[in-house]
Design a protein around this ligand. Structure first.
Ligand code: FES
Length: 140
């Protein structure tokens, strides 16, 4: 699988500033009973392949990155690089991968397997169900 590095500035990488935004609409998602429900009408960032949102707070036990993959499917990852652990991930266009926003640029497949970066493990991935106008991510 091809590894390409997302174009980010040195300071962005040094401070671990991710490229992926949080949803501007606070009603775009909610978390209850171990499931994240995303209202697709309120989350236009996920409308097209390559789009992504990072979900944090709101009672979530972990940060989550949700992407509309370039394979056409939706994917969800624990948004925590397995190297050191506190840095976030972003999708990399044209590669079917997500990548750490930090200097080490750990890169993972859509299945969470690491294919580049310091020798640490995979990132957890979560199933995403498409239910009409909603996406449901199960963290259980
Ligand atoms: S923290 Fe992600 S590569 Fe180092």
């Amino acid at each position: 699988m091809k590894v390409t590095f997302l174009k980010r500035g040195f300071l962005q990488r040094l401070f671990g500033i991710p490229a992926t935004p949080r949803p501007p609409d606070p009603l775009a998602w909610r978390f209850e009973n171990g499931r994240i429900t995303i209202d697709r009408k309120r989350a236009p960032e996920l409308a097209r392949p390559g789009g992504a949102l990072r979900l944090e707070g709101g009672g979530l036990p972990v940060r989550v990155l949700v992407i509309h993959g370039e394979d056409g499917a939706f994917h969800a990852f624990q948004n925590r690089c397995s190297h050191i652990g506190h840095r976030r991930l972003d999708p990399v266009p044209g590669t079917h991968t997500v990548q750490c926003c930090s200097v080490g640029r750990s890169t993972y497949t859509y299945a969470g397997r690491k294919i580049h970066g310091p020798p640490t493990g995979p990132v957890p991935v979560y199933p995403v169900a498409v239910e009409e106008e909603r996406l449901v991510v199960s963290l259980r």
